[in-house]
Design a protein. Structure first.
Length: 258
């Protein structure tokens, strides 16, 4: 049975997709079977592993709303143990269609349940909102990884997200918990970065990943080549940081499961 993790933060552009893609690829590189679920209509996670719009036949929308089996929407990637369910703009429609239906929060959970036995980890890339799609991801998941930038207003956003996690846990998903907070595009030279990190650490002890993701141009270039950073430039600081994160992530998940 896979461990299902959502990568979420309602703030845009904080590194959710970069983290979902490169964490998935780095965990897969250590021979775990990983399914990356693109759950954002922008489809950035899909194109980051080579599935641009023109290459997507079936998407997560078909598994959610259509009569298509989840299994049939899964595609291979260049990494043999990494698979992806792509997303397209159709997913915007799913958000509206779900609002009118019964058990609207459990669609993704039910779809993933049909394939979960085939993977060690399922990593869901969420859109930048706390709407119906993110709700579905939080109901399907066990853990939430929160990428954030070390900026002043990031703290307020984190509070709102933690409240949402608490509410989803109480109403729908008793096992849901915060898996970890990841600082992205981190610049250790600024005082603010250190201050924000310190504050988050004191509010949420043991939650901040020791691994810090630096700003690294390779990480921003690799999506346009349709590759996780590992396959684009194995030696760059971005690759190294996500490989280190993968180790920490797997260690934490293994400890939690024991
Ligand atoms: P959205 O909310 O729109 O889904 P997001 O939270 O998924 O955004 P990303 O798309 O991962 O964020 O990152 C936003 C931008 O920052 C992208 O152009 C990405 O390439 C770049 N980026 C992310 N992380 C890094 C990094 N560590 N170093 C350099 N650039 C980065
Ligand atoms: Mg994104």
């Amino acid at each position: 049975m896979a461990r299902i993790v959502a990568v979420a933060n309602q703030k845009g552009g904080v590194g959710k997709t970069t983290t979902a893609v490169n964490l998935a690829a780095s965990v897969a590189a250590s021979e775990h079977r990983v399914l990356l679920v693109d759950f954002d209509p922008q489809g950035n996670a899909s194109s980051s592993v080579g599935y641009t719009k023109d290459r997507i036949e079936l998407s997560i929308y078909d598994a959610l709303i259509g009569d298509v089996a989840m299994q049939d929407c899964i595609r291979p990637t260049e990494i043999t143990t990494l698979f992806v369910v792509p997303a397209t703009m159709d997913l915007v429609g799913a958000e509206l269609e779900l609002i009118g239906s019964e058990n609207r929060e459990t669609y993704l959970k039910n779809a993933l349940a049909t394939v979960a036995d085939n993977y060690d980890y399922i990593i869901i890339d969420c859109p930048p909102s706390l709407g119906m799609l993110t709700l579905n991801a939080l109901v399907a998941a066990e853990g939430v990884v929160v990428p954030m930038q070390a900026e002043y207003f990031a703290l307020e956003g984190l509070g709102a997200l933690c409240n949402t996690i608490d509410r989803v846990r109480d109403a729908y998903n008793p096992g849901l918990h915060l898996e970890g907070i990841l600082f992205t595009m981190y610049d250790p030279r600024t005082n603010l970065a250190g201050q924000v990190k310190g504050e988050v650490e004191s509010h949420l002890p043991n939650m901040v990943y020791e691994t810090l993701i630096p700003r690294n141009v390779r990480l921003s270039e690799s999506p346009s080549h349709g590759k996780p950073v590992l396959l684009y430039d194995f030696r760059c600081a971005g690759s190294k940081s996500y490989l280190k994160l993968a180790q920490e992530f797997v260690d934490r998940a293994t400890a939690a499961a024991a």
